[in-house]
Design a protein around this ligand. Sequence first.
Ligand SMILES: Nc1ncnc2c1ncn2[C@@H]1O[C@H](COP(=O)(O)OP(=O)(O)OP(=O)(O)O)[C@@H](O)[C@H]1O
Length: 255
Amino acid sequence: MIEIENLHKGFGGEEILKGINYTFDKSKTNLIIGGSGSGKSVLLKCMLGLLTPEKGVIKYDGKPYSEFTEDEKKDLSKQIGMIFQGGALFDSMTVEENVMFPLRMFTHRKKKKENLERVKEVLKRVNLEGSEKKLPSEISGGMQKRVSIARAIVNRPKYLFCDEPNSGLDPKTATVIDNLIQEITHEYDITTIIITHDMNSVLEIGEKIAFLKDGVLAWKGDKSEIFKTDDETVVDFVYSSNLFQKVRDAQRQGL
Ligand SMILES: Nc1ncnc2c1ncn2[C@@H]1O[C@H](COP(=O)(O)OP(=O)(O)OP(=O)(O)O)[C@@H](O)[C@H]1O
């Protein structure tokens, strides 16, 4: 669980996050949605410790990040898995080497055999058995995303941060990737936070949704509530998507 209390962050005198209060639940896919420039990435970077807020508290499983010792901060970074927009795989490394990378960073080199077993295990979990020796350029976009998921979970993280994890994928593959992230979240009891612009993802895996507008938490709820809300700001944002308009119309007609 990650709790955010009264979080403020600005740049050059301009306030970007204006007092966010929110809890990201364990074992759930927590989505952050909102228009461009609403502060989603700034919020994510504050949670990752990459930006320091001017005011407010970020608690990891009850403990404020500002009270972490250097060792605890190191431990925390080991407990965080990241899935970047575009995958961010190392082109010159094989699938296996890419997934091995965080293990090499955080564990002793002598554990090579154990590390290889762990890599094998996570590659199996994301259905990539047999692709170990391939380069990213030799596999499809969907498979590359699977590699980045395997790399993100190889250290058994407690927290998984995903920045538009299905960008650049066709809708069917995007749904498969969304569902895989959701399954892994439940299976390993992870607090998963996903920034997304994709309304299909909201529909599929929006177990908890935070809607940011101009640095303010403008609405919160889940995928069933987002269809029913009359909140103007949410309706404006969400129903700019044709698909959502159709789903809402169908729901209103009781279909
Ligand atoms: N390091 C920085 N220095 C100055 N301004 C910044 C910095 N990082 C972000 N901003 C500003 O903060 C605002 C929010 O940016 P942020 O990247 O969080 O938006 P976002 O909601 O993630 O948008 P998008 O969906 O387009 O990625 C923007 O106006 C951006 O220019």
